[in-house]
Design a binder for this molecule. Structure first.
Ligand SMILES: N[C@@H](CCC(=O)N[C@@H](CS)C(=O)NCC(=O)O)C(=O)O
Length: 229
């Protein structure tokens, strides 16, 4: 059970939940925040992970040819932000107060905008990757992470983003930060987020939660040295 709502406010837990997503070596990605929400809420789920090779045969079985998907008592649903809100509601990590929920949603959607910009090109053309990462560093990170850093002052006193209470918004921010700190993005300096202390404070607070510590002991985050030239 999360800290955002009481148990009586949380949703009915289905008897079977299967979260399907790539195995990204513990880094962020669109599936990891929902995994963390389920883990933090002590909700059992099948953590179905697969490689890109396996993905080719899985893709046509998903509603939009994309993951994550969540299979709830045999029914598959898609879209990472919708899944995250749903598991947040089940586990008490999504506010029942609509006004508070609005701020949580603002953060989820902002991190989604950043993810869309981050994954806009994943192909083999190195020059195109360099160009895309330059845009990320100069434009998208200041816009979305810099924007969030300023907004956090209005959302509460921290360390968690909204009213100081742990919510799925903190999990989505943490997964974005983990992917940047892991060095997976070539041509992006590893210290790029250092000018955003409030965002980093959310990450630190989440990564220190005992269940999260235990989770990453089991699923270590693979660290890389990003290519810079
Ligand atoms: N709007 C969707 C986007 C899903 C998406 O693009 N997922 C990526 C992984 S993060 C994917 O499935 N890529 C493989 C492919 O498109 O074949 C969501 O938020 O779930």
């Amino acid at each position: 059970m999360g800290q955002g709502q009481s148990r009586s406010e949380a949703g009915k837990i289905p008897s079977s939940l299967k979260l399907s997503y790539f195995d990204l070596g513990g880094r962020g990605g669109r599936g990891e925040p929902s995994r963390l929400a389920l883990v933090l809420s002590n909700i059992e789920f099948e953590d179905y992970r697969f490689s890109y090779v396996e993905w080719q045969s899985i893709k046509p079985t998903t509603p939009y040819g994309a993951v994550p998907t969540l299979t709830i008592d045999g029914k598959q649903v898609a879209q990472s932000c919708a899944i995250l809100r749903y598991v947040g509601k089940l586990g008490g990590l999504y506010p029942s107060d609509p006004y508070e929920a609005l701020f949580v949603d603002e953060i989820i959607e902002t991190m989604n905008d950043l993810n869309v910009a981050t994954y806009s090109y994943l192909g083999p053309d190195v020059e195109r990757i360099k160009e895309q990462r330059k845009e990320l560093v100069e434009m998208h990170l200041p816009r979305f992470i810099g924007g969030l850093e300023k907004r956090l002052a209005e959302f509460g006193d921290g360390p968690f983003a909204v009213n100081g209470k742990l919510s799925v918004a903190d999990l989505v921010v943490t997964c974005v930060v983990n992917s940047y700190l892991s060095g997976v993005y070539d041509y992006v300096p590893l210290d790029i987020l250092e000018k955003y202390p409030k965002v980093l404070a959310i990450h630190k607070a989440v990564m220190e939660l005992p269940k999260v510590v235990e989770w990453y002991e089991k699923h270590p985050i693979e660290m890389k040295t990003p290519k810079m030239e």
